[in-house]
Each structure stands twice: as C-alpha cells, then as structure tokens.
Design a protein. Structure first.
Length: 166
C-alpha cells in the first residue's frame, strides 16, 4: 500500500488508517503521488506528515513512531517495488543518501531516525549514491547539468501553459 499523505490532504481524500494496516501485517510504504497533488515531492516532508497525521487522527502521540516511518520510506518501499534495497546489507542495491546533520535545524542531534523524520528536508541530502554510482557529492550533482535540466523543465512548462491557453 502506497501512502501519500500530503497528496491525500491536498485532495481531501481522507486519512489512511496506516497504524491499523501495519498492525494487520500490510506492507505500507510512502509516496508523494504526482506534482499536481503534491507540489514539492519531498520524501522527508512526506515522512513527517505521515507520522504527525497518524498521531492526530488516532489521538495517540505514540502512533507511528519515527523508526516505523523511516522503514516505510526505505525497506517497505523497496519491498513494494520488488527490489533488493532499502537497507544496507550484502547483496542489496547500493542506494544511499548522506544527510547533513550539521545544520541549525538538525541540532542538537540525539536520535537519527527522529531527526530524519521530524527535522530533515530534501535540501539536507548532501550525497546521493544509486546502485553504487555517485550521483551527487557535497550538494553538487555530478550526473547531469542541473541548471540545464531546470531551464528545460521551465521551458517545457511555459510551452505547455501556452498550448493550453490556445
């Protein structure tokens, strides 16, 4: 089950009973849905919202703890896709991010899962490795011309808007 809490809230789709689903053995993972119903597609925001939404909907501050949410974003997501990933282990895909904990909003740093779920955001990812290939290091995208991609995306959006207006 792919839980997309920000999209669900934006579209007023309701609140998924994630804690009940997990208790009953369902594999619940996290998604962002598409940019039409979730503008920034930030998985860190999705983790935080998922955790907080379950707490308020159940009126239980212990519902959906940070470690469980992190598992939904990693191990459960990989399981849903049928790939050997989501954890650091022998034979698993080498998909890893390094989050910069040396930022004011990440301090003081006591509990990694809690800080990743409740404090971090996508801009805190300083290094990204996918299938063993270094894609971003120290905030610099190495696998493509980031500004060129942004410019092309902006031009495509403007073109689309112009066509719709015709």
């Amino acid at each position: 089950i792919s839980h997309n809490p920000v999209s669900n809230m934006k579209l007023a789709s309701g609140i998924a009973p994630v804690t009940k689903l997990l208790k009953n053995g369902a594999n619940v993972c996290l998604g962002t849905d598409g940019c039409a119903s979730n503008n920034n597609l930030d998985m860190f925001e999705e983790m935080k919202v998922a955790a907080l939404l379950q707490k308020v909907s159940t009126m239980d501050p212990t519902a959906l703890p940070a470690k469980e949410v992190l598992k939904m974003a990693t191990i459960n997501g990989a399981r849903a896709l049928g790939i050997n990933a989501g954890m650091i282990s022998k034979g698993a895909l080498a998909d890893i991010i390094i989050v910069d904990k040396n930022k004011a909003h990440m301090r003081p740093f006591y509990d990694a899962a809690s800080h990743i779920v409740y404090s971090a955001n996508g801009q805190d990812v300083m290094t990204s490795i996918v299938n063993g290939k270094l894609l971003m290091q120290d905030y610099e995208v190495l696998c493509m011309d980031e500004m060129k991609v942004i410019e092309q995306a902006s031009a495509a959006a403007e073109n689309l808007i112009a066509r719709v207006k015709e």
